[in-house]
Design a protein around this ligand. Structure first.
Ligand code: NAP
Length: 290
C-alpha cells in the first residue's frame, strides 16, 4: 500500500531516530545538512574523497548533534561503483548506522569554460561526478531501501528484466541547481558543462522517482549561487559585493548554506510523503523572476 501519513501532526517534520547518508558531506551544503540533521536527532554518515576534510567536518557536526546521534564518515569516490556498493554495506551494517532512511547527494564539481575552449576530458569528468555518481548512489541505496525498509511486508526477490516490486520506504535528495533550468543570459562566464550536468540531475531525479515508487520519494534541491568552497575564486570575496549580484532578485541576496537545510529536513521527513519527482528551489526567487 502506498504510504499515507496518519501520525501525530506535531511530528510530521520529525527526523529524530532516522539514518542518513550524505555524499559531499564535508562540503558547503553537505555539511550544513549533516549539521541540521544531526541537531534534529538524525544519525549521519558523511562521505567524500578527502579523509582529512571528513574528520574535521565530523568533529563540527558532533559538536551540534542531539544526544544519542551517531556521526560517522566514509572516504571514497562516489563515482566509483565498487566504493558505492561497499558504502551501502558499511553504512547499513550494525557497526555502521544500522540502516538508511535518507540519501543526500551533495557531491559535485564546477569549472567555468567558454564554449570555444571546452576541455572534453574535464567535461566528461564533470558528467561522471555530477551525474554518474548520482546514478550509482540512487541505484544502490534506492534499491537497498526498497529491499530492506519493508515495514513488515515480505521481501519479493526481483526477477531479471522485471521491476523491483518491493515497496520499501525512503527519501532521496539530489543536488541540482537553478542552472539546471536557467542558463545565464551572458553565457555565465562559461556555464555550458555545469548547466548540462545540472539539467541532467532534474531528469535523473524524475526518472528514479518513477522507478523507485511508491514509497521512496526522489526529489532535488536546486539552490541559487552560494559562497561555498566550490565558489571561492568564482565569486567576489566581499560579502556585500556578492549579495549585490542578486540585488534585482526578490531576496536581494545570494544564497547561504543554511538556506538548503530547511528544504532538506522537509524532503527527509514524512511531511513530504506526497512530494516526489520534483525540485525545490531555495533561490530567493531567481527562477521565477530572472
Ligand atoms: N555553491 C553553489 O553556488 C551551488 C549552487 C547550486 C548548486 N550547487 C550544487 O550543490 C552541491 C554541493 O556543492 P557545494 O557548493 O556545497 O560545493 P563544495 O563545498 O565544493 O562541496 C562539494 C563536495 O563534493 C565532494 N566531491 C566532489 N567530487 C566527489 C566525488 N567524486 N566523490 C565524492 N565526493 C565528491 C567534495 O569533497 P572531495 O573533493 O573531498 O571529494 C566536496 O565535499 C553540488 O552538486 C553543487 O553543484 C552549488
Amino acid at each position: 500500500m502506498p504510504k499515507v501519513y496518519t501520525g501525530d501532526l506535531t511530528k510530521m517534520f520529525d527526523i529524530a531516530g532516522k539514518k542518513a547518508v550524505i555524499f559531499g558531506g564535508a562540503g558547503g551544503f553537505g555539511e550544513a545538512i549533516a549539521e541540521g540533521y544531526a541537531a534534529n536527532g538524525c544519525s549521519v554518515c558523511i562521505s567524500s574523497r578527502s579523509e582529512e576534510k571528513l574528520k574535521e567536518a565530523k568533529a563540527r557536526i558532533e559538536a551540534k548533534a542531539a544526544p544519542g546521534v551517531k556521526v560517522m564518515y566514509l572516504a571514497g569516490d562516489a563515482g566509483d561503483e565498487e566504493f558505492v556498493k561497499s558504502a551501502v554495506e558499511k553504512i547499513t551494517a550494525p557497526e555502521g548506522l544500522g540502516g538508511c532512511d535518507i540519501l543526500v547527494n551533495a557531491q559535485g564539481i564546477n569549472k567555468k569554460m567558454w564554449s570555444w575552449e571546452i576541455d572534453t576530458d574535464y567535461f566528461e569528468k564533470m558528467l561522471h561526478t555530477n551525474i554518474t555518481s548520482l546514478m550509482l548512489t540512487n541505484k544502490y541505496f534506492g534499491n537497498w531501501m526498497k529491499d530492506h525498509n519493508l515495514d513488515g511486508d515480505a521481501y519479493v526477490k526481483p526477477e531479471p528484466g522485471q521491476p523491483n516490486l518491493n515497496k520499501g520506504y525512503g527519501k532521496i535528495i539530489n543536488f541540482g541547481s537553478v542552472r539546471g533550468i536557467r542558463a545565464v543570459a551572458n553565457g555565465g562566464m562559461g556555464n555550458v558543462p555545469y548547466n548540462t550536468t545540472k539539467g541532467a540531475v532534474e531528469m535523473l531525479t524524475k526518472a528514479f522517482a518513477a522507478d523507485l515508487r511508491p514509497n521512496i520519494q526522489v526529489n532535488a534541491i536546486g539552490p541559487t549561487i552560494t559562497y561555498t568552497p566550490m565558489m571561492v575564486g568564482l565569486l567576489p570575496p566581499d560579502e556585500n559585493v556578492r549579495n549585490g549580484i542578486a540585488g534585482s532578485l526578490p531576496a536581494q541576496r545570494i544564497g547561504y548554506e543554511i538556506d538548503v537545510v530547511g528544504p532538506a529536513i522537509f524532503l527527509g521527513s514524512a511531511a513530504s510523503d506526497m512530494v516526489t519527482a520534483t525540485t525545490i528551489y531555495p533561490d530567493g526567487g531567481l527562477v521565477a523572476t530572472s
